[in-house]
Structure formats: C-alpha cells, structure tokens
Design a protein around this ligand. Sequence first.
Ligand code: ZN
Length: 407
Amino acid sequence: MKYVILIGDGMSDYPIEELGNKTPLQAAKTPNMDKLVQKGSIGLVRTVPEGFPPGSDVAILSVLGYDPKKYYTGRSPLEAASIGVNLGPHDLALRCNLVTLAERDAKIYMDDFSSDHISTDEAKEIIMDIDKELGENGIRFYPGMSYRHLMVWHGGPDGLETTPPHDISGKEINDYLPKGKGSDKLVQLMNSSQMLLKGHPVNVKREEEGHKPANSIWLWGQGRKPDMPTLKERFGIKGSIISAVDLVKGVGIYGGLNVVNVPGATGYIDTNYKGKAEYALKELEARDFVCVHVEAPDEAGHNGDLKGKIKAIEDFDKEVVGRVVEGLARFKEYRILVMPDHPTPIVKKTHTRDPVPFVFYPNTQNFGAGVYPANEGSGKAFSEADAKASGLFVEEGHRLIERLFER
Ligand SMILES: [Zn+2]
C-alpha cells in the first residue's frame, strides 16, 4: 500500500462577491480534486485547535498526525531542524527576520517584514556579520533563506511574548516589542542590529539598486525542541516530504521523514509543480508514504491576489494532484488525502482558524474498517461548501492520518 498527502497551503477561503459569491476553490477549475471527491469521501477537518495561532506550523503538525496540544512548541524550533541546527534541551530557538523599519516624526514603523524579499546571499552576509558582532554569551545567529533566519539562545527563558512582524505591517513597533522575562535582552539585540546595519555594505548596495534596506532584525516565534516520535515509530511507515518551506520540512524532519529538495521549488507562484509531482512518485518506489506541500495559494492569499490564487489552485490541481494520481496507477493499492493546511482568505490577507475541506480516496474501493464512508454523490466538487454539506466533520485534525494509515 502507498500513502500520499497533497497539501495546497491556504487554499480554502470565503465566498467572494467578485466571483458571484463563490470561493476561489469553487471558481477554479479543479477536475482532478473533483474526481477524487466523486469517488472518495469529502469532509471538514479542524487543523488549528482552539487557542492556537492559525498558521502552517500548527496546521501542518495536525496534518502529519501530531496533536498540536501535545507537540507544538513554537515555529522556530521547526525551522531550526530544517536548516540543520540541532537544538539542545536548554536552547531557545527564535525566528530572526531581517526587516525594514521606517522612521517618521520620531516614531518607528514596520515598513516591510521581508526587507523587500532580500536575497539569500545578501541576507547570509548580514547574518554572518550579526553573529560575529552580537553573538555572545550563548547567543548565536544562523542564516536561513531570504528574510527568514534563526537565533539560538542557550539558557534562554520561558515566558517571552513576541509578535510576528507580518502581523504589524505599517504599524508603529513600540507596542509590539518583546515583553516578559528576558525581553530586555531581545530588545537590546534588535537595537544593536540597527546600529550595525546602518551603512552596512549590503544595504548601501540595495539602496543604490532601489531596494529597501534590511535595517533591523526582528525576533519572534520562540520555542524549544519538540519531543516527537517519528511516523516510523508510531505507524511503521517510512516516508518523504517535499516542500520549499523550512517549517514544513522541519515538521517532516522531527517526524522522521526524508526531506527531498526539488530544483526550482520556490514557494511562490512560479514554483516547479511538475518537478514536485515527479519527485513524489519517485520517492514512492522506495518508501510507503510521501507528503507534497505547495505554498503558492497561501502566498497569493497573503497578497490579496485573487487571480493568482485561482491560478495557483488550478496549477496545484493539474500539475500536482493530476500528475500524482496518474502516476499512482503504477502501484496496485494506494490511499490519497488532499487538503489545505488552513484557510488564507483573500479578504483577510492572513490565516484563519476555520476548519478546512479534505478529500480522502482509497483506490481499493474498500471503504471498510478505518475509512470514512463514501459520500455517495453528496459531494460533487472539492469545495468548502460541499465539504460542509457532506456532514463529515473531523474535530481532531491529527486523527486524519490514522485513517490514512489504516489504524
Ligand atoms: Zn501563510
């Protein structure tokens, strides 16, 4: 038996007037997902438990079978695993964004949480300098991708309160600086970074080229290493994960999955969908399970880009779902689960905690033990409305994988 999960990040949404009150999933042409719905079972599932921040860190844990209430320790430890930093028991990991702050009338504002999507090479130069100058007393900085980096604080405290910089775009930063035990240290590091980055050669060049400077670090998303059993330990399943996003890869690494890097997989709308599908099928030749994550619909949602979101959903359906299902024909028995992790509604430009639609299809036609009943035509297409109409609701998202793995 082969097992497959395909995740279209942030695909689900709200009805949009411009689309005649359809959602992007309803407006997009998705013949491959619809076919799975017609043969399989569609339902709604809660991937973000009450009280947890709605984001891929929490939701992907659920999708891969880990109860966030038990295993969620923060976003940064997941990203640390992805960039190869092994955290010790006394280490606190923090996301270190390179951001652009702007000063107006003696007030400081969050101008760009991504420093104008700074390149990985430029960012690496800056982070290495920050580590050299500010790394001391158990504090280290590690370069990641683009604006997303890591700080590890050996002996860092519990009880810090921090704010994601993408939640305060355009706002004055004063009210959102770190609070709680140890926050003075973080504020001091952020201030020191501003002195260091003023006139930094990388920034001088960026400004000459018309790009925003990376003029500060922003520390958030703190947490300790989660103690997660692997999927092999839990289910005896050997698998792989394919994603362009560090925190998704990190969940996979803690879950004992093999991380497969696909050339040209960017996380943006120009991502290499076809390559992801082909690599996924190749992984299944040697392993039982593969999970493919596509970030593009989420990015379009954050940008409020309706056309882009519909296109990203259609590309996901055609180039990932279509290709994978077609390729699965070479295996005798398989089970496939297709779903978003969380909604990223166009009108909100950020994640919400609403339950998401999922479709589950075992090609064996055996809807017996451990499998949700087939919808018998109640579901016609992969959409939020059809998922709701099916009456199937899974309250604990981490249980979906138990069904997939026939437990
Ligand atoms: Zn997102």
